[in-house]
Design a protein around this ligand. Structure first.
Ligand code: BGC
Length: 847
């Protein structure tokens, strides 16, 4: 993203020691194998790994630095070194987020860094994949690898070297604006997926950047919020995915915007050095999030090797700090060596490395596969879906995103798709010639031409000539007190529109333009779109419009929605619903980086629309194109609800395939859907969310997501792991056997229905009594393993899910290490965190 340039500034103040992650504690953990083993004989067994090679130096360099990298570091001047440690503007203008110039004198080429995570974000078209949250819904690490491979291949083909993805911050609160960009509320699932995606991306030669380390679980106040999470919470929840990415060989890590325990993530040596490098053995380089560096000496010595996207702190300021002796040459050399070592590993130290050509067809195939695999059927009363017989031949499609596909979320995750069919067209194509598929808008996102009483000039298609200025001043008369929505659709520079002297669509400083990349940012024909909602009193209002043609001329239209237009849209939708045998209503929620949602309800008047339409036709299926959980006061009136998230460029085809039963809905929820706004893990306490006086505490501790619902006995709307198939499955013959320090959980799944279908079998584990006796807080149930299976009718499969020792362990804050959760533990197998089919007790560890 663009960032507000900051002043160059020297900063030498050293960061205060973080509360929960102090260096002393970490070193205790690393050094303490002997002390830790004291508990081995009693409750639990310590699994802390010995420190990796190179640890405890404070600034470990990669253990196996090559001769070439050593030589380069010796040859580089200080100026050249600092050039390699921060971003700059790309002279080639490919449109990616970041660029690091090369050093031509030594043959080091430049490096290009593009966002993810749902495809490669550059100025050109690319495969817009389904949002990661939809990938995660498939519970399929192999699919995550394939997803990574498509991005890796495309990134290389599109001139990129580094991908700024995957994002692995946990879904902690349903309000968080980037929940669609990440995977899950569960640490194990997130860890499995991020590891495979990293492997996939990097197998194609693109460096993966796992982001945002750490605790960037919300957008609200993301630049400033100071997050406090206990050491155990950190290791067992948020950090687990990062650790897995490091173990999978991720070349780069992005340090987050927020503070952790009072220290900016980019200055947090406890995290960037002690945990990331010394505990986990990370040998890549750390870059800052865009504009997240706030100091020179504190950040670089803490382990943030690269400032992005500019060089306010790591350019001239760094050179001065070295010259003044405030920072050693060795610190700079270490950062440069880390960066060059990864580049060498990926062949990115040589000019003219081969690049593949794009394989758009392969990208589209994978996009379709993921959108189908992640399609999550939440409700299906009386076999409403799949659509068959009359229900498949007479359909009313309703909703704005039925006609304009909601391909991806907004912000840095927005990818320019190769193309995207609308769900309406896909449903028409699938329903075939004999079918009647009608369409009604229902909820207006673009406005109608202004009522004739309003303008003295036609404002619905204004063409301003190049270099021309167009001005209009008139009176808009509201016939009654009413809620108006104004919309401006425009090319080129945004027209200035004022109502009663107040600008309706002000250009906000900084990031506003960038964040409007999603559904609400563009009209159906591609013109940029802005919206303003105003309550108008009956009577005259002064309207002015000024537009500049600029260099190329401009086109714009000013539109509005009022009570009357809304009522007409609603009536049209209800009439369409009545006239059809079945209804498919597309509901949306348009999330974006940079802001959290302010409520969990569907935006606008969609709730009323769903209620009215489903009252008119009980065979109403709601398709949700939403980023995360929504509340559903309208649920009982509907026949079916299909969660399609942001399904990527092939989303329409996947939606049609699932609605018509060509594919079984293969997704399961990776986050709990709360029944109301006031009963979920971050409800009711501003300290927990969104933070109070700048500080936020992860008061739920290790009980993130479904664990909180279980611990507090709260019934969710839909539990974690939930998702329906079109067929039925039986579970049988549970057997548990030790496998090293882990377990092998065996059971049989049988498809007892009449269709081929997908099941995601899930294994949940209860707490260890031995750890409980030690006072270690544990989830009352946690996901310990899972297996996605496809079975034809009558088909059966014996499944063995390996539960790793780490999953059976807790992070013991008293000993700063992992400790095996021994003793008799409850084990359950089922189809969600609340639907168990088999259960037993098993003994962990030697009796
Ligand atoms: C986002 C990152 C992104 C970067 C570059 C930041 O605002 O937080 O996720 O990679 O911009 O676009």
């Amino acid at each position: 993203m663009p960032h507000t340039p900051r002043q160059e500034q020297d900063e030498t103040a050293s960061a205060p020691a973080p509360r929960h992650l102090s260096r002393r504690r970490l070193l205790l953990a690393l050094a303490g194998a002997a002390a830790l083993s004291a508990v081995a004989a009693g409750a639990g067994r310590v699994l802390a790994a010995p420190p990796p090679p190179g640890a405890r130096t404070g600034r470990p360099v990669p253990a196996r630095l090559s001769e070439r990298v050593r030589t380069l570091v010796a040859q580089l001047t200080l100026d050249e070194k600092t050039t390699l440690l921060h971003g700059a503007t790309d002279p080639a203008g490919l449109g990616q987020a970041g660029y690091v110039p090369g050093v031509p004198r030594l043959g080091i080429p430049p490096l290009r860094l593009a966002d993810g995570p749902a495809g490669v974000r550059v100025a050109r078209r690319a495969t817009a994949l389904p949002a990661p949250v939809m990938l995660a819904a498939a519970f399929d690490p192999a699919l995550a690898r394939a997803y990574g491979q498509v991005i890796g291949h495309e990134g290389r083909a599109l001139g990129q070297d580094v991908l700024l993805a995957p994002m692995v911050n946990l879904i902690r609160t349903p309000y968080a604006g980037r929940n669609f960009e990440t995977f899950a509320e569960d640490p194990l699932l997130s860890a499995d997926l991020v590891a495979e995606e990293v492997r996939g991306i990097q197998a194609e030669g693109l460096v993966a950047t796992v982001k945002h380390l750490a605790l960037n679980n919300q957008e609200r106040d993301r630049m400033s919020v100071d997050v406090r999470a206990a050491e155990q919470t950190l290791h067992e929840t948020e950090l687990r995915g990062f650790e897995a990415a490091v173990a999978a060989g991720a070349g780069s890590v992005m340090a987050a915007y927020n503070k952790i325990d009072g220290v900016h993530a980019t200055e947090n040596s406890a995290l960037l050095t002690e945990v990331l490098r010394e505990l986990w053995g990370f040998e890549g380089w750390v870059m800052s999030d865009w504009g997240a560096v706030h100091s020179t000496v504190a950040a670089l010595t803490a382990g943030c090797d690269m400032e992005m996207p500019g060089g306010a702190y790591y350019g001239a300021a760094l050179r001065r700090a070295v010259d003044d002796g405030r920072i050693g040459h060795d610190v700079v050399d270490t950062a440069v060596a880390r960066f060059l070592a990864v580049r060498e590993r990926f062949g990115l130290l040589d000019e003219g490395a081969d690049r593949p050509t794009r394989d758009a067809a392969a990208g589209a195939r994978l996009a379709l596969r993921v959108a189908t695999a992640g399609a999550t059927l939440l409700r299906n009363e009386a076999g409403t879906l799949p659509l068959t017989g009359r229900a498949a031949r007479s359909i009313a499609v309703i909703g704005p995103t039925g006609a304009v596909p909601l391909v991806s979320g907004g912000g840095s995750a927005h990818v320019v798709p190769d193309g995207a069919t609308s769900p309406l067209d896909a449903l028409r194509a699938r329903a075939g010639d004999g079918a009647t598929v009608t369409y009604a808008l229902g909820e207006d996102l673009y406005g109608k031409p202004l009522p004739p009483t309003v303008p003295s000039r036609d404002l619905d298609a204004v063409d301003v000539a190049a270099a021309g200025t167009w001005h209009h001043e008139g009176t808009l008369t509201a016939t009654e007190d009413d809620d108006w929505s104004f919309f401006v659709h425009y090319s080129g520079k945004r027209p200035v529109v004022t109502l009663d002297g107040v600008e309706l669509f002000p250009v906000k400083a900084g990031v506003a333009e960038f964040f409007a990349g999603g559904l609400g940012g563009r009209a159906a024909d591609g013109l940029a779109l802005r919206r303003a909602d105003r309550r108008l009193a009956a009577g005259p209002h002064t309207l002015t419009v000024t537009a500049q043609g600029g260099a190329t001329g401009q086109l714009f239209r000013l539109r509005a929605a009022t009570g009357a237009t809304r009522a007409a849209d609603r009536a049209e939708a209800v009439a369409a619903a009545r006239a059809a045998r079945s209804v498919v209503l597309f509901a949306y929620e348009d999330a974006s980086e940079g802001r959290d949602r302010t409520g969990l309800a569907l935006p606008g008047r969609q709730e009323d629309l769903i209620a009215a339409v489903s009252a008119a036709n009980p065979r109403t299926t709601v398709v949700l194109n939403t980023s995360s959980a929504v509340t559903m006061p309208w649920l009982d009136g509907t026949a079916a609800v299909l969660q399609m998230y942001y399904p990527g460029q092939e989303g329409a085809a996947a939606t049609a395939a699932v609605l018509f039963g060509d594919a079984d809905p293969g997704g399961r929820l990776t986050q709990t859907f709360p029944a109301s706004e006031d009963r979920h893990p971050t409800a009711g306490d501003p300290v927990r969310y969104p933070g109070k006086d700048g500080i936020e505490e992860y008061g739920e501790g290790v009980h993130v997501g479904y664990r909180w619902y279980d611990a507090n006995d709260v019934t969710p709307l839909f539990p974690f792991g939930h998702g329906l198939s079109y067929t039925r499955f039986l579970y049988a013959d549970l057997r548990v056997a030790p496998a090293g320090d882990g377990l092998d959980v065996g059971f049989t799944v049988i498809n007892t229905g009449t269709r081929t279908g997908v099941e995601v079998a899930q294994v949940y584990l209860g707490p260890s009594p031995d750890l409980a006796a030690l006072g270690v807080d544990q989830p009352s149930r946690l996901l310990a393993g899972y297996r996605r299976l496809e079975l034809s009718p009558g088909g059966r499969r014996r499944v063995t899910v390996r539960v790793a020792a780490r999953t059976l362990s807790s992070w013991d804050p008293a000993r700063h290490g992992w400790i095996l959760g021994t003793g008799r533990r409850e084990l359950r197998v089922g189809s969600s965190s609340r639907a168990f089919r088999l259960g037993t007790e098993t003994r962990v560890g030697t009796p």
